[in-house]
Design a protein around this ligand. Sequence first.
Ligand code: COA
Length: 258
Amino acid sequence: MENILIDKQDNVAVITINRPTKLNALNKATIQELHDAFKALNEDKEVKAIVITGSGEKAFVAGADISEFANFSVENGGKLAAEGQALLFDYVQNLSTPVIAAINGFALGGGLELAMACHFRTASDNAKMGLPEVTLGVIPGYGGTQRLAQLVGKGRAMEMIMTAGMVDANTALNYGLVNHVVAQEELLDFTKGIATKITRNSTVAIGKAIEAVNANYVDGVDGFKVEIKNFGACFGTEDFKEGTTAFLEKRKPVFPGN
Ligand code: COA
């Protein structure tokens, strides 16, 4: 991997996007590497939660790499968005392993879109978030028009997209775009702490919960029905047997993860 770093410790993997001289902008190679990393970590039984962040103190990700698409045609533009969404943004949203974005600075354009594709977000107090695409004569193409409205409401999303303005961390907290704001030097440990809490719970149940929550946002899918199906499916898992047995035996569960 040339553009990302992966660190695994105590069932938590940290992916760091590592192009600090380009403010971690997402070029094609980085998107492919991120896809490969998420796929491998999701298949790794030792990994029960993933944190993604950016290297350096300035940026999480300052957007898609503008230098790569400046000369694109209509066809190339559509393909860029479709391939990126399939390979990374939708892929992360639907991953059964929980993914938390630790936003450590600028999260702009594709950077905010990546953070929004994660299951939830934390931010450092210097973080700034926005979708500045219309300043370039383009619109968000990695799910930003959909996920921002889902997270902050249509009116706020419209304003952020039309003005191309950045919101600071506390405004993002107030909007519900991030769940927590902490000092930059504490961000990674703080977020890893949340990830560690998650690792103590049933990975199978968490994967089914992610699928059920996401179902609310898929056209033509009844999320309540997905919840009923997944709830029932839990009763056939080893994790369920262990969880209920441990409770009745007044001990902490040791989930086998299947
Ligand atoms: N794509 C490609 N390169 C990018 C980039 C992006 N989205 N964002 C930053 N960079 C590069 C800059 O070109 C610069 O490279 P250089 O040193 O080789 O010239 C380097 O990262 C540092 O950025 P710079 O603009 O000098 O930093 P700054 O502190 O002055 O400004 C930002 C920071 C984030 C405000 C500014 O970089 C910016 O506006 N970036 C683009 C944001 C954007 O429109 N994203 C949406 C893309 S769809």
